[in-house]
Design a protein around this ligand. Structure first.
Ligand code: COA
Length: 280
């Protein structure tokens, strides 16, 4: 077997050695970027996803880099299943240091016709799932003397964002949950923070942000490569699209001792995107 390439990162090798991290939705896109960096830094990463093919591919990719990784099929909307997964991690690996609530569901749809099930699906994945996973992690983290929970938020709810009532409501809830649990669980030394990523054109994100025709909403992830390139040049204050690594770096920072006095904070990682005036 050939030696895996040495992973390179701004963070020091072995930073998270001996730690166990659970990343929901960690098999693709931003989640995979997070799983990969945490494993590169020495954590044993457990990737949870609804989709077995995502799990298999992610596990193989991280193993090929020399990372410690295992996978589990999980729908974060099911609290009993979440509980079983977290208990299984505690039994098998002895601890849970970092929980990254990355799993999310999203799509553009007019509020006037959004079905109850569509509303419920997004609320249940983004908000309920974040709560179920955090609640399941609590006793394990409290017992071992602390832990870090890192939630995934967004910036679209900082102003009105048509066709996204379900997701903006869910992520506003995630922000509230982040602040409340941070205070409530500080005595147990469980730090709870969130990251609000800007536009990162992964396959899943581009699918989720595909606009219905004549929507009147700014087309962030425009369908043509030329429009994408133009956005990178002129639309984002820092002049480029985001990458999964941009978010993974913030996760690693918050998971590390550098974040020891940070809790209840929501970090926007978007190149200044939401602050800038955007033409359609
Ligand atoms: N517009 C309107 N309604 C939609 C929709 C869309 N684009 N996509 C799904 N829905 C509705 C479905 O019609 C269904 O409602 P109904 O039963 O009343 O018809 C409901 O949402 C649930 O859809 P379903 O596909 O059965 O649910 P699911 O659990 O398999 O999928 C979603 C969950 C809907 C969130 C799906 O988009 C998903 O799995 N996303 C994961 C990836 C993702 O979005 N990542 C986010 C990256 S930012």
């Amino acid at each position: 077997m050939s030696t895996p390439p040495a992973p390179t990162s701004i963070f020091r090798a072995g930073l998270l050695e001996g730690q166990v991290a659970l990343v929901t939705g960690g098999g693709t896109g931003i989640g995979l970027g997070i799983s990969t960096l945490l494993a590169d830094l020495g954590a044993h990463v457990v990737i949870a996803s609804r989709k077995p093919p995502h799990l298999e591919a992610a596990e193989a990719a991280i193993r090929a880099r020399g990372g410690a990784v295992s996978t589990v099929a999980l729908d974060v909307r099911q609290p009993e299943a979440v509980q079983a997964v977290v208990n299984g991690i505690a039994d098998r690996l002895g601890r849970l240091d970092v929980l990254v609530n990355n799993a999310a569901g999203n799509f553009y749809a007019p509020s006037a016709t959004l079905s109850p099930n569509a509303w419920k699906s997004v609320l249940e994945i983004d908000l309920y799932g974040t709560f179920y996973c955090s609640q399941a992690a609590y006793p394990v983290m409290a017992r071992q003397g602390g832990g870090r929970i890192i939630n995934t938020s967004m910036t679209l709810h900082y102003r009105g964002w048509p066709l996204m009532a379900h997701a903006t409501a869910a992520k506003a809830g995630v922000d509230a949950l982040t602040r409340t649990l941070a205070v409530e669980w500080a005595p147990q030394r469980i730090r709870v923070n969130a990251i609000a990523p800007g536009p990162i054109p992964t396959e899943g994100v581009r699918k989720a942000f595909a606009l219905p025709p004549d929507s009147g909403v700014p087309d962030i992830f425009a369908a043509t490569e030329a429009r994408m390139a133009e956005y990178a040049r002129t639309g984002n204050p820092l002049g480029r699209w985001g990458t999964p690594e941009d978010i993974a770096n913030m996760v690693a920072f918050l998971a590390s001792p550098a974040g020891d006095w940070i809790t209840g904070a929501i970090f926007v990682v978007d190149g200044g995107d939401w602050l800038a005036k955007r033409e359609g």
